[in-house]
Design a protein around this ligand. Sequence first.
Ligand code: F6R
Length: 242
Amino acid sequence: MRIIEAKDYEDMSRKAAAIIGAQVLLKPNCALGLATGSTPIGAYNQLIDWYKQGYLDFSRVSTYNLDEYRGLSHDNPQSYHYFMNEHLFSHINIDIEATHVPDGSNPNAEEACSSYDALVEAAGYVDLQLLGIGNNGHIGFNEPAAAFAAGTQCVDLTESTIEANSRLFDHIEDVPRQAYTMGVGTIMHARRVLLIASGPKKAQAIYDTVRGPVTPEVPASVLQLHADCTIVADSEALALLT
Ligand code: F6R
């Protein structure tokens, strides 16, 4: 694991965007695995800026998002489909047909998950997977569990995740209780992984990810076994490591 320390959120975002931007420059038709949540917004803003300044071209890039709430339609403002359009896709020259998010509007979980797996596998998996990390060490919506999940699955969100994500909903009862998420196995197929983290709430999860045993109780700890994993985190998120 390579750990890059950033001063603060802004610095973390710029460094992460530089790594993603370099991937797009090196392989203009690359497949990017993308994440939602608060953490990547700054990096997406930086990528949009560099696109607008003419430094980056996304016309041949394809994307595969990690996860989506089950039961939310694509045009629901709380859905991750909507989030990605709002925070990245509608601001750059990406072919929207080449962007993929698990289909939360499909009530048939088995079909939604297996078709997403088939899609990612047919693409030959992603060149670079961007990840945030949950306060409990989750990646995607792979919550602490007794075993690592291989492919895309339908998961019950833990109370701590529901509570953490409720800040984006009017009422905590509105937070969906289930999500479709790429499995840890699919994430590990990515040729490179970039995990980003900011703020003191992530410090324990980052410590456990880097120093703890590899265990499905801390899903991100599996990244210790990835051949090319970079963590870009600010000093608050790295506080317990130093
Ligand atoms: C989102 C995702 C989640 C988040 C994690 C951190 O697509 O896969 O694992 O990355 O919950 O969320 P934030 O960035 O909001 O702290």
